[in-house]
Design a protein around this ligand. Structure first.
Ligand code: NAI
Ligand code: ISE
Length: 336
């Protein structure tokens, strides 16, 4: 039996996810869509050639009888409301990052999910499904590096739009690393500091760019992340984990090596869609399969909450320039 999915937010990633489910993945179909821009929702239905009903708003879509599961791919500030509504309707929900724009918003979702008595939320931290990160995790969990000691990482985007402001380097961009390192290292954060090097001339006035985020984990691992969202040359994600016995480096995406005109070169990807294309496939297939079997796995509301707590402290550290402490509440048994 196919899982009937409703999508709220048919912008860039909403359309990508709808296309994947329709054309590549198995076991799911898009039966309902909505967007505050209804014309856009209709256009996506036309482009994909699907027979999905266009709903006036997200609440109507969530309560539709033929919608088994919900995908929230609208703007971050709208996530909390829709995820809560899906939980209250007893429907599984995939929510793009961030789960909510504040830790408090994530906490509301956790409370509702615990009250529902069943895991209903999968958060869109797709890096956990990337084959390169999975190889790193297997090396760490298999003790091939010994104890992890240091992580060096970089998150570079070619450019960002005018609406992108300094805190978004944390909530919108670093949030991926904040989840990834907890998962990779089986650890949590203890403190954060943010440093601002000289600003690139390519950044517009409302964003400090680049930034260096320094994190310390509970086990004492030190992490440095360069967030550089106007690097111009490409979409570039780097990660080295330094352990007692060796170093694991995130593989580069596969690309043709060209020897031509006296040069040896490799293409660098320009956006996240291609860089994490396969990870998105695996992530969404896992959601569909989880709904079908009644057992959602992968990044949970707790993971969304933990990343948001660390994110809120990083934003505080951006403002204070100081080393700020990160206090993680105890994980409820529900999320063990
Ligand atoms: P977008 O702006 O292209 O699309 C968002 C859509 O949501 C727009 O069409 C907008 O009209 C619609 N929308 C806004 N408020 C709504 C509401 N209340 N109800 C229904 N629709 C509403 O943005 P994009 O890039 O697709 O991002 C959407 C979400 O996906 C964000 O949370 C973003 O952080 C996340 N994202 C995740 C990525 C990843 O790598 N996992 C990559 C890009 C985005
Ligand atoms: C975007 O929303 C994403 O999630 C991308 O993965 C990230 O690289 C980018 O910085 C964000 O703006």
């Amino acid at each position: 039996m196919s899982v009937n999915i409703g999508i709220i937010g048919t912008g860039m990633i909403g359309e990508e996810h709808a296309r994947r489910i329709t054309q590549q993945l198995t076991g799911g179909q898009i039966v309902a869509v909505t967007d505050v821009n209804l014309d856009q929702a209709r256009a996506v239905v036309d482009r994909l050639g699907i027979e999905a009903q266009v709903y006036e708003d997200g609440q109507a879509l969530i309560s539709a009888d033929n919608v088994d599961a919900v995908m929230v791919t609208s703007w971050g500030p709208t996530h909390e409301e829709y995820v809560l509504a899906a939980i209250n309707a007893g429907k599984p929900v995939f929510c793009e990052k961030p789960l909510a724009t504040t830790a408090e918003g994530c906490r509301h979702i956790i409370d509702a999910e615990i009250q529902a008595g069943k895991r209903l939320v999968q958060v869109g931290f797709m890096r956990r499904y990337d084959s390169g990160y999975q190889m790193m995790k297997a090396a760490i969990d298999g003790n091939r590096l010994g104890e992890p000691l240091i992580v060096h990482a970089a998150h570079r985007n070619p450019e960002v739009p005018e609406r992108y402001v300094t805190p978004m380097a944390i909530h919108d961009t670093l949030i991926h690393e904040l989840d990834t390192f907890r998962w990779l290292l089986n650890d949590d954060y203890k403190s954060a500091q943010v440093l601002f090097p000289r600003k690139t001339r390519h950044a517009h006035s409302k964003v400090e760019d680049p930034q260096i985020v320094l994190l310390e984990t509970v086990k004492g691992v030190r992490i440095d992340v360069e967030v550089f969202v106007n690097c111009k040359y490409g979409y570039d994600i780097q990660c080295d984990v330094v352990g007692e016995e060796g170093i694991a480096r995130l593989p580069e995406p596969q690309s043709l090596q060209l020897r031509q005109a006296g040069q040896r070169s490799n293409e660098i990807l320009m956006d996240w869609k291609k860089r994490f294309g396969e990870a998105f496939d695996v992530e969404l297939q896992a959601f569909i399969d989880g709904v079908a079997t009644g057992e959602l796995k992968g990044p949970s509301s707790w993971d969304g909450y933990a990343a948001a707590i660390a994110g809120d402290v990083c934003v505080k550290a951006q403002e204070s320039g100081a080393i700020e402490q990160i206090d993680m509440p105890e994980r409820p048994a529900f999320y063990a």
